[in-house]
Design a protein around this ligand. Structure first.
Ligand code: PLP
Length: 395
């Protein structure tokens, strides 16, 4: 018999993918220039030339480029990751606690699988959250729960957060810079989260792992900084990816790092390797492991994302839309002018504007605009937003 749960998962596309596919059809019908696809988080800035050139060189010159690596990834790339984080944040990860993955998605799935052992175990997320967390948690056998955020600044509502942690909570996942709100958890927020988790893990006598999903860690604006979470909370598992800041989403390369100070770190790391093995992992793509040995410290240009943010925020605010001002990542989270964001997204669609309703991110009443588009798309969309705002009597 075919697995019903998997049929359901495979046959129901995410809202984001649904809109993206709709956009492709619409472009064929009415022309590319009249459709403004703000759906996917595919970086619009290319990967740096030197990285592409180095990848070509590796393909042509390294005879082991297509070979399997160790399951946890080549030692040299894990050492390069340790060096990068040490130089940037002054904190030493341990290469023997790093596991190379197919992007942050696989790292998160592996992190969840390694800490869930009973069907009463829970993963807690803070809304708004990446919708796939639910899929990764539930297919790891966990209950998925989430807690609302403070909608003033899209950081954590600490009272709600503390109340949501139970003696079944095995892991808490946070994502900063945040998709979809662009908020960046500052040091005060990380300290407070750490204090609450410390208190709760003492109370329940079980570690609560903090899973830091950080694919946007380098995409920051206006001098913003991201605190390096293992410095603040010992039971941290970092899930990092080169998909966004190095513009390599299709290459599927990232890593999971268990904090060197984590409780049960040896067994946790064995569980990480076991969870990878159970996924049929074998190893992360070998070409990009080799590329990162030399380029783990590189990022694509970040300025174009800031420019698009500014172009769109300025235009939308003039039209009386309310936007959260993103400090990082490449999304705008805009308050829906009508209560139902799904209905608003459907209306916007008829203007060629593809905006993702916020419901699947665990928050109602907003739409997400991915600003990782060309500057031309951002600028040319403004007259369409203007017509939409006029028709909704916002101006
Ligand atoms: N986490 C967040 C918050 C994301 O936005 C994404 C991708 O959009 C991922 C994880 C997965 O990224 P990756 O391509 O590295 O698997």
């Amino acid at each position: 018999m075919i697995n019903e749960k998997m049929i359901k998962l495979g046959s129901s596309r995410s809202v984001i993918r649904e809109l993206f596919e709709y956009g492709k059809i619409l472009k064929e019908k009415i022309g590319e220039d009249k459709v403004f696809d703000f759906t996917l988080g595919n970086p619009s800035v290319p990967c740096p030339d030197e990285v592409n050139k180095y990848a070509s060189k590796v393909i042509l010159e390294d005879s082991s480029v297509h070979a399997y690596t160790s399951a946890q990834g080549d030692l040299a790339v894990r050492k390069a990751i340790v060096k990068y984080n040490k130089d940037k944040y002054g904190y030493s990860l341990n290469e023997n606690l790093i596991y190379m993955t197919c992007g942050a998605a696989a790292a998160i799935k592996i992190a969840f699988s390694s800490i869930i052992s009973s069907d009463t175990d829970e993963i807690l997320a803070v809304a708004p959250f990446f919708p796939e967390y639910r899929v990764f948690a539930e297919t790891s056998g966990a209950k998925f729960n989430y807690v609302k955020c403070d909608e003033e600044n899209f950081l954590v509502d600490f009272d709600a957060f503390e109340k949501a942690i139970t003696n079944n909570t095995r892991g808490v996942i946070i994502n900063s810079p945040n998709n979809p709100s662009g908020s960046v958890y500052d040091e005060k927020t990380i300290i407070k989260i750490s204090e609450i988790l410390d208190k709760k893990q003492k109370e329940y006598g079980e570690p609560i792992y903090l899973i830091a999903d950080e694919p946007y860690r380098e995409i920051l604006f206006d001098g913003e900084l991201c605190p390096f979470i293992p410095k603040y909370y010992k039971n941290t598992i970092i899930c990092y990816s080169y998909s966004k800041a190095l513009s390599l989403p299709g290459e599927r390369i990232g890593y999971l790092a268990v904090s060197p100070e984590a409780d049960n770190k040896e067994n946790l790391y064995f569980a990480v390797m076991g969870a990878g093995r159970a996924l049929g992992y074998v190893c992360a793509p070998s070409l990009f492991q080799k590329v990162l040995i030399e380029h783990a410290d590189k990022t694509s240009e970040i300025a174009p994302y800031k420019d698009n943010r500014d172009i769109l925020i300025n235009a939308l605010e003039k039209l009386n839309f309310t936007c959260v001002n993103p400090k990082g990542a490449f999304y705008l989270f805009v308050k829906s002018p009508i209560e139902d964001a799904v209905e608003f997204s459907n209306i916007a669609k008829t203007y060629g504007l593809l905006l993702v309703p916020s419901d699947s991110f665990g928050v109602k009443g907003y739409v997400r605009i991915a600003t990782c588009v060309s500057k031309e798309t951002a600028v040319n969309s403004i007259p369409y937003f203007t017509r939409l705002a006029k028709d909704l009597k916002m101006i």
